[in-house]
Design a protein around this ligand. Sequence first.
Ligand code: CA
Length: 219
Amino acid sequence: MRVLVVEDDITLNRQLKEALGDAGYVVDTAFDGEEGHFLGDTEPYDAIVLDLGLPQKDGLSVLEHWRRDGRIVPVLILTARDRWSDKVQGIDAGADDYLAKPFHMEELIARIRALVRRAAGQASNELTAGPVRLDVKGGRVTVDGQAVKLTSHELRLLSYLMHHKGKVISRTELTEHLYDQDFDRDSNTIEVFVGRLRKKLPDDLIQTVRGLGYQIGKD
Ligand code: CA
């Protein structure tokens, strides 16, 4: 799952990148409204954290542009404390959630997790496929109740496929959602990780749909 952070406060931007990274997300960052607008327009994110007070272009205008252009990515806005009118304007402009500064990082992570989950049509933090269970919050995977150890790359890949259970996901889409903008994208890497997952999980869990991509089927 790939997240964009648009925040001009350099320290907060770094803290957000770190915390989201620790929570298993791939994170791109922007430090002004122009750059954030551009990235949100051109890269496929699973969620965006958008500060409202930004240089070059304010967050509200950025959000309005994205929505006018039909971008439906979940957006959580960061507002100044006690500015209730910012929250109302933000939600009217198409924000899915908001947090007022200062906030606890744990709360932001929980809200992002919920936004990503809801956007994928999942009601719970526990995703299942046959005997496989994935606890999105703790990043734990079990097969028939037995814990399976996955690397962070393997976990991200499994999580993306399980969030989109029943859909065929192309290698390109996986590459775009599992790596940040600086990654040298080579979709062969995906095949390697799928191969490793198949060794650790029931080998019919991830199906190859020839010429199209991969799929975890509905139960
Ligand atoms: Ca700011």
